[in-house]
Ligand binder design. Structure first.
Ligand SMILES: Cc1cc2nc3c(=O)[nH]c(=O)nc-3n(C[C@H](O)[C@H](O)[C@H](O)COP(=O)(O)OP(=O)(O)OC[C@H]3O[C@@H](n4cnc5c(N)ncnc54)[C@H](O)[C@@H]3O)c2cc1C
Length: 392
């Protein structure tokens, strides 16, 4: 088989937020693809919620911003508080327009919109209920075996296979790409509650002596509470979350309607390469960063933009995809640099939320920063600016 005889130039394994967006980017560049996704429906929970300006700019490039703006909620300001006073605030208004805000949008809505936009571009691109079992890499192509609804096995051939199948990526594992990193001691409990606060569309970050509490507005009158815990809570409950908030802030969430509760620990892992032969990785399959700061999904979308550009340069006049390890290596090297930067930013976010040795000094430091011109720099960091610059 030659490169022209394959069924499709690219097969993407995993139709989460990253796989779906990657498919949109590729199709917009004239590269046909199939997304094999084992779930029939988008994720049921609200998991990742923050869409950063840098991602909205990527959405602008492929013309899919509008439905996000219709469904999401614009966060224009973040407040920093202790249990009893305000330390300061950062406004995203001064960030570059037009997207000078963070858009709150639950992950199920994000995936629904991306599925819809992909369907508009190519109604055959997404194959749901398709679980990838294994693949065989040949010199000119990759043969992928998948099952539909866990029944009959089917094969599809492609020039490239791209693993967007999440942090436990089977594609990465089958390609024997090493995934290394560390787990932090930081643990959190989080839940979505009806919003009974006076914060409106503002995010609030509390730095009480007992440990970090963040609360972010969500669309439809909801609010996400994230609370730092002393150890991992294996059975999260409304009572446990409400007790911590009550102890640290004196605010009662025990009777408020909640729609989701979960606990999580924090990890930072990265694949040794995002490109090995005809196997490519993007999103959590390539890297996992701390959810504190809400950067993981956005980082995956940056992979998509870069990868689609690189693959586009490998397309010849007949629309066929060539193989050039040097081009693919450039993708890997650039994204790895960005992941390292994001990891450092996530560490700062987590460090600020840990129990301080001397709370007074930590609060003085935060207050000093937020009352100086440096607060605009902080706003840039919180909105993931300066990661995707062309010279990186
Ligand atoms: C508590 C929490 C809060 C977070 N908040 C944010 C936030 O606010 N902002 C942010 O940017 N990030 C956030 N993140 C991170 C974000 O959720 C992830 O980075 C993001 O979901 C990664 O997307 P992905 O598409 O790479 O992987 P996933 O979302 O894991 O999707 C992988 C997809 O692959 C499919 N799949 C897996 N194996 C196979 C197979 N063999 N065959 C076919 N399909 C397969 C799965 O069904 C799934 O749909 C948060 C994470 C957590 C845990």
């Amino acid at each position: 088989m030659t490169k022209a005889d394959v069924d499709i130039p690219v097969v993407i394994v995993g139709g989460g937020p990253v796989g779906l967006f990657l498919a949109i980017c590729l199709i917009k560049k004239g590269i046909k693809c199939r997304v094999l996704e084992k779930r029939q429906e988008p994720v049921p929970d609200s998991r990742s919620l923050g869409i950063h300006p840098v991602s909205l700019e990527l959405f602008d490039e492929v013309g899919i911003t509008e439905p996000f703006l219709t469904s999401g909620l614009k966060i224009r300001k973040g407040l920093a508080l202790t249990e009893d006073k305000k330390l300061g605030e950062i406004s995203f208004e001064y960030c570059p327009k037009p997207h000078n805000y963070i858009l709150a949008c639950p992950q199920f809505t994000t995936e629904k919109i991306l599925r819809n936009e992909l369907q508009k571009l190519d109604e055959d691109a997404l194959i749901t209920g398709a679980t990838v079992k294994h693949f065989d890499e040949h010199e000119q192509f990759v043969e992928i075996t998948y099952s539909i609804d866990q029944q009959t096995n089917q094969q599809i051939t492609a020039n490239y296979i791209i693993g967007c199948d999440g942090k436990n990526s089977a594609v990465r594992q089958q390609a024997s790409i090493h995934y290394s990193g560390k787990r932090y001691n930081d643990t959190y409990i989080m839940g979505d509650f009806e919003d009974t606060t006076d914060f409106g569309a503002d995010a609030a970050v509390f730095l009480p002596n007992g440990g970090l509490i963040e609360c972010f507005p969500l669309p439809n009158g909801m609010r996400r509470w994230v609370v730092k815990t002393n150890q991992y809570i294996s059975e999260p409950s409304q009572l446990k979350l409400a007790t911590l908030v009550q102890e640290r802030l004196g605010y009662d969430l025990s009777e408020i309607k909640s729609t989701m509760l979960s606990s999580f620990g924090v990890q930072h892992f990265m694949a040794e390469t995002f490109a090995k032969g005809r196997v490519l990785l993007a999103g959590d399959a390539a890297h996992v960063v701390s959810p504190i700061g809400g950067q993981g999904m956005n980082l995956g979308w940056l992979d998509c933009q870069n990868l689609a550009k690189r693959l586009h340069t490998l397309t010849d006049d007949k629309g066929e995809l060539n193989y050039d390890p040097a081009t693919l290596k450039k993708y890997s090297l650039r994204q790895k640099k960005i992941v390292k930067k994001v990891g450092r930013r996530a560490e700062i976010n987590m460090a600020l939320g840990r129990k301080p040795g001397i709370p007074f000094l930590r609060n003085l430091f935060v207050k000093g920063i937020l009352q100086s011109p440096l607060r605009n720099k902080v706003a840039e960091i919180f909105t993931m600016r300066g990661l995707n610059d062309w010279w990186i």
